[in-house]
Design a binder for this molecule. Sequence first.
Ligand code: HAM
Length: 444
Amino acid sequence: MPRFSPQPQKGFTDFFPDVLRVHRYVEEHLRRSAELFGYEEYDGPIMEPLEIYAAKSGEELVREQAYVVKDKGGRELALRPEMTPSLARMVAQIQKSATRPIRWYSVPTCFRYERPQRGRVREFGQANVDILGPDSSDAELEIFSLIRNFMESLGADGKLYRIRYSSRRYLDALLEHVLGVPADRTVEVRKMIDRRDKMDAPAFEKWVRDVLPENAIADRVLGLRPFADPATPPVADVPPAFRESAGYRELVEFSRKVEETGLAGVAVFDPTIVRGLDYYTGLVYEVHDVGTENRRALFGGGRYDNLLELFSNEPMTGTGFGMGILTVKLFLETYGLLPADVGKADRKGALYVACANAAQRGYAFEVAATLRREKLACEVDLDFQKLGRQLGRADGKGYGWAAIIGESEARDRTVTLKRLATARQETVPLADLPAKLNDLSRGS
Ligand code: HAM
């Protein structure tokens, strides 16, 4: 018999109960925030035709990162590397009848063949929150408010993270009018700016100089650093054409709205935010840890005006984000924001049925069934031997209470109810047990 490795594939995760509880903790907070803002949950297929990602998501995602499966009909399917194309496909089906805006969220498992590193794995939970319909950047204001609500609910105040935003249209105008990048190289220069943080400086410089042999232009691109106010890029003369561009006007207006809505503490303009996916057309944003421990984005998102055209003749715009459950978990660990017992099962109000004699097995199961019918959680020790060991196990698993069953309890249809942390115990008729436990858990 071959013996296989018990380890999962590289970049894949075995969610042991204690690990899964932490992920669920993050997920539940996201669900709560999304629902507080009126978003409804959806889900889609785990595989989609590869071409829907090839059409608008980007080369890297498709060529380097997609897990591709050929089905028996010879079709190439990808394990979903992201959710947004599936969302667009689903929205296209109900676009005509749906009440707008469509506010939807989802917490899918996604797959990308990436080099595993801190915060990046090959199979990952990614919460997605999107709003479709409104053209106005008020939709982004809502999304930013939702992000702030979620982060606050986890105990992270605005000093620990930033929502960094820019706009594709603004960047294009900046490249054209301020940095003088020729139009035929805009796409590549955008890509460079997006990758800058992930590359070492000499490789980055070489790439810039190869693509932009004109020294003055290359120097300006290399010199591009975050600046605080989109209205005033740090250059001697800002050409009027830049200030007149749609990208400039939109972004300057949006940053004023960010101020107005009190989001300026957490949301800051950053011209180097580009985002790797091709379908973004307008405002783009990422959430970053302000510290240095978690360098990769915790969330990434943006506005997509043309994604629905893959599936529908009727245009519809949308904006939203994806958020890695793992990246947020690491962020919370960094700042000690995870509750100490988050990985542990909470069984303080639950009951352990301990019965030292197999002859009373039937009664033990009846006690458990009675409790469960009343929605009270309990576990039956299946050993039916040494009582001391059973109570030890109950204690070790964190149970608050044990129902001890012996011959006399079975005969009288009672249990001996024991509070595990103390020596306190009393005999309770089975008929009264659910009410008694409910009273005890309410502290009366
Ligand atoms: P994305 O930037 O590719 O955007 O991913 C968004 C977030 O998902 C990242 O910031 C990160 O937290 C998480 N993530 C991505 N790749 C991995 C990985 N390999 N391991 C762990 N976490 C990962 C999108 O996917 C867009 N579809 C988001 C979106 C929704 N745009 C509009 N709506």
